[in-house]
Design a protein around this ligand. Structure first.
Ligand SMILES: Cc1ncc(COP(=O)(O)O)c(C=O)c1O
Length: 387
């Protein structure tokens, strides 16, 4: 069959990461001992409470029927309780929608609000779904907001070109730059969105992966956000459950309702058993402080971060210790594709920054989702390359 793809598929930019994955596979097939510091998939196991609850709940035949599109009532209640404990934010249950991972919600929210030709503000560099799966697949037009090092990898709202855009995506703690923000910045973002009638989609997938006593805020803590913002969360990174596909969106009721309407026409809800797991996992928070297993998890990540950053600085690639996420954003002093290719030749996979947008050029994203020994080995290989 030789049928043309729809125009919106043709407008998708080439998926650079697919090319990198191909090269990684080839190296592995050739027997290279490859150390992958390129993917945002935690290597640590889900906490015991998740594994135990999953076993119990999948064994219950009642948990294998269709569930509510918006999410089971006990799941939505658990989300509202978590928001109150973690952020001090009050939410009603109809301000919560369950997602098959936050990526799904990020893609589908545009279907509810973006008309063909509408501008959508997307950070650059950024998680590619904002521009592609969300905007382009809804025939919208992505308008880049550069995230520059001199601005702490935050957008300069005064310089935004399409102020009257329909929607704006923001993501902190940030992938790929690992930048974090404070509430003063979030207030600026909410004021900008309200002044310009933008729907503010705030991706907070990494809120719980933080170090050095940094605590990521929610956009919903800001006055006025409830009128213009929807916040996306994920259990993927917080509880090492990337493959279980569960997340949620909360906030402005009209935005949550729009997203729910789209989802009710596309999917038929999340498995009940993953929602039951989420109820237990979120319920492990007794206050704003993370539960014991998460503190331990973040402690392991922090040690890896320190090892990676200290060694990269020593080799001659100065970089910051991120306060959150499991990414280090390194100035690679030239073409990011060439840098990644050079490292791949010695069996270390990293992600070229240009894959996240043109303003990612000159940087590489290096993850610390590998045990310390593997990070140390990767650093040795990089040191040998640059000595
Ligand atoms: C910034 C950001 N948002 C959202 C996601 C999606 O996470 P999930 O769909 O697993 O919830 C990711 C995954 O890497 C991410 O980096």
């Amino acid at each position: 069959m030789n049928t043309e793809f729809a125009d919106r598929i043709k407008r998708l930019p080439p998926y650079l990461f697919a090319e990198i994955e191909k090269q990684i596979k080839e190296k592995k097939a050739a027997g290279v001992d490859l150390i992958s510091l390129s993917i945002g998939d935690p290597d640590l196991p889900p906490p015991k409470i998740v594994l135990d609850t999953l076993k119990e709940e999948t064994a219950n035949p009642k948990n294998h029927n269709y569930s509510f599109s918006q999410g089971e009532p006990d799941f939505r209640a658990a989300v509202t309780e978590w928001y109150k404990k973690r952020f001090g934010v009050d939410l009603a249950q109809d301000q919560v929608v369950a997602l098959l991972g936050s990526k799904e919600g990020i893609a589908n929210v545009a279907r509810a609000f973006v008309n063909p030709g509408d501008n959508v503000l997307v950070p650059d560099p950024a998680y590619p779904v904002y521009a592609n799966g969300s905007t382009i697949l809804c025939d919208g037009i992505p308008v880049a907001m550069p995230l520059l090092e001199k601005n702490g990898f935050k957008p300069d709202f005064n310089g935004v070109k399409a102020k009257k855009a329909k929607m704006m995506f923001l993501n902190y703690p940030n992938n790929p730059t690992a930048a974090t923000v404070d509430k003063a910045f979030l207030k600026e973002a909410v004021d900008f969105a309200r002044d310009n009638n933008n729907i503010l989609c705030y991706d907070n997938a990494y809120s719980e992966i933080s170090y050095d006593s940094y605590k990521a805020p929610s956009i919903l803590e800001i006055d006025g956000a409830m009128d213009c913002a929807i916040e996306f969360h994920s259990l993927s990174k917080t509880f090492n459950m990337t493959g279980d596909r569960i997340g949620f969106a909360v906030g402005c009721k009209q935005l949550v309702t729009g997203l729910t309407k789209v989802k009710s026409q596309i999917d038929s809800g999340l498995p009940v058993y993953t929602q039951k797991v989420a109820v237990k996992a979120l319920g492990a928070y007794k206050s704003a402080e993370p539960p014991e297993f998460l503190r331990k998890n973040n402690q392991i990540m922090q040690e890896r971060r320190d090892l990676l950053v200290n060694t990269l600085c020593d080799i001659g690639f100065p970089c910051e210790k991120p306060k959150a996420t499991f990414y280090v954003w390194v100035n690679c002093k030239g073409s990011s594709m060439e840098f990644a290719a050079k490292l791949l030749n010695v069996g270390v996979a990293v992600t070229p920054g240009v894959g996240f947008g043109e303003h990612g050029e000159g940087y590489a994203r290096i993850t610390f989702t590998q045990p310390k020994e593997r990070i140390a080995e990767a650093c040795e290989r990089i040191r040998n390359l640059y000595k």
